[in-house]
Each structure stands twice: as C-alpha cells, then as structure tokens.
Design a protein around this ligand. Structure first.
Ligand SMILES: [Zn+2]
Ligand SMILES: [Zn+2]
Length: 291
C-alpha cells in the first residue's frame, strides 16, 4: 500500500506522477526520465527513482530527502543522487548527519551542488540543466534536455567509408541536436528564465501558480510566487504542448480556478493547461469542450 496518493497523467511518451499543494507538499516524478522534481515527503512510489532535482530548501519541497536516501539503503537500492542549489549543500549534509545520529546508521548520498547554467548527465544523452529562478537565494528550476549527435547536412550523402575517413582526418562532421523535454520552475515569481531558449522550446512546462484572486496579488509578491495575472501573458510565449500548473493555494476552489484561467489566457493556451490539484491532474478546458 503506497504511503501517498499520487496523481498520474500520460503526456506523449511521459508518465507524470505527482502531488502538489502550496506550503504542504510538492513532488513530481517522471519515471521514464529517472527523475523526480522536488521530493515532498518522499512518497513510496518515488523511492526507486535514481535522481531527485530539488528546487529550493523550503520544507514543502524537500522534507523527505533524508528518508528517500535512507529508505533506498534499507531496500538495498543503490545510493540516490540529489541535485540541489549549491548554497544548500552544507545544510543538507548537517540534516543527514543529524539523522545518522538519531537512526544509528549513516545515510549514503550522492549530492550534486548546482548553479544556474550547470548541467548534470542523468543518463547517457539526458541532461538536467539548471536555471536560476526568483524565489529564495540560489533557487533553481530545471530543464531536462535530450542531446543527440547528428551528421551535418553536407555529409548526409557520404558513404560509411568516406565518413570514417573524414573522422580520421579530424573533421568535425556532426553537431549536437538538443531536445528540451520538460521544464520545471519550482517556486518562483516570473523571471528572465521564462525566455531561455530551452525553456521556451520545452514540450512540457511545469510551473507554479500559487495565487488566482486579485486580492491575493500582495501575498504573491510577498512570498515571491506566481499570481495568474503575472503568469498568464507569459504563458502565451511558450511553445510547449502541455502546461502543468502546480503549487496552488488551498484558498481557492477548482471551479473558481477554471473560471479565472479561462478568462486570463487565450483559448489555445487554455487547451494546453492541466492543473495538479493535490493528487488530481485535470485539464482546464479540454479541446472541443463547450467553454
Ligand atoms: Zn512551496
Ligand atoms: Zn518555496
């Protein structure tokens, strides 16, 4: 019996599992990419995933990281990898050391400190690229980028022998094709990262939008979160196929949220939006559905 109810949705080739409520817990796993954006309270289902990508140190996003690592050891799974903003490294190690004292067992970890622009190869050809967000010091979002080597167009008609010869002569005959798959913003207010080429071209965008009511604008600014009034026009610039909205405050009901979203974004964008409300993924306005 899993410890949590996680929502599940299939978008193209990707299965996305998650739970998200502002201030309570956010955890979003994509098993095919072997990654989990933030760890929440470490639900059972994410323990086998090898890489956790932490956006920042707020407890609703990272409280389960020690349990995740320790439980992998308990289950005989290899040491987990945690990518996290570099300024968090020392504090995270202290937490692990504290748990080691309480538990009586050391907790193994492969910790990778990340800064904006850093890349980490999760597996051959699949990279997590970090970008700075605007929430707390060092806070990060991540784009998962697939990279493939491709032969340059001018060499496509050559035979295998000719290509080998060119390679032996030291010619650079290929280039790297980058395919941004998913971008995750963590907690943030709007920022320059939303215009990054790999973010704009990601197939799936996972963005927070904590607040929706007009009288919650001050709350959004104070906590450095997204308000739909700020986010809505920016969504129009993204070339993605799907937008998942997470980290929604419990201060709004689903029907109000749908109503506001439909008013604030274009029909084309609205059809891309899926809200993750606790453990439920719900499209906001399905294609061909009466609005
Ligand atoms: Zn949060
Ligand atoms: Zn936060």
């Amino acid at each position: 019996m899993p410890s949590h109810n996680l929502g599940q949705i299939k978008l193209g080739d990707l299965d996305i599992f998650g739970y998200s409520v502002a201030g309570e817990e956010t955890v979003i796993a994509i098993p095919q990419l072997d990654i989990c954006f933030d760890v929440g309270k470490a639900p059972e289902q994410i323990i086998p995933i090898n890489n956790i990508l932490l956006s920042h140190g707020h407890i609703d996003h990272c409280s389960g990281f020690a349990y995740y690592l320790s439980h992998r050891k308990f289950c005989g799974i290899t040491t987990g990898t945690i990518l996290a903003p570099a300024p968090l490294m020392a504090g995270m190690q202290k937490v692990l050391d504290g748990w080691a004292i309480l538990d009586g067992n050391a907790i193994p970890v492969n910790m990778v400190g990340m800064k904006g622009g850093d890349e980490y190869e999760v597996r051959h050809g699949l990279f997590a690229r970090a970008f700075y967000t605007q929430h707390v010091r060092g806070s990060l979002g991540y784009t998962m980028v697939e990279k493939r080597k491709k032969l340059k167009a001018e060499y496509l008609s050559l035979s295998g022998q000719e290509i080998i010869k060119l390679k032996q002569d030291g010619m650079k005959i290929d280039y790297v094709l980058e395919m941004p798959l998913v971008s995750y913003f963590g907690d943030t207010e709007p920022g320059a990262f939303m215009a990054d080429e790999s973010v704009v071209n990601s197939k799936v965008i996972i963005t927070e939008c904590t607040f929706f009511y007009d009288d919650h604008i001050d709350r959004a600014r104070a906590g450095r979160h997204m308000h739909i009034n700020d986010l809505a026009p920016l969504l129009e610039n993204l070339k993605c196929e799907h937008i998942i909205i997470t980290h929604i405050t419990q201060r709004i009901g689903v029907n109000d949220m749908r109503y506001i979203l439909r008013k604030k974004v274009s029909k084309e964008t609205c059809e891309k939006i899926i809200i993750l409300n606790q453990s439920t993924f719900e499209p906001v306005c399905a294609k061909n559905k009466q609005q």
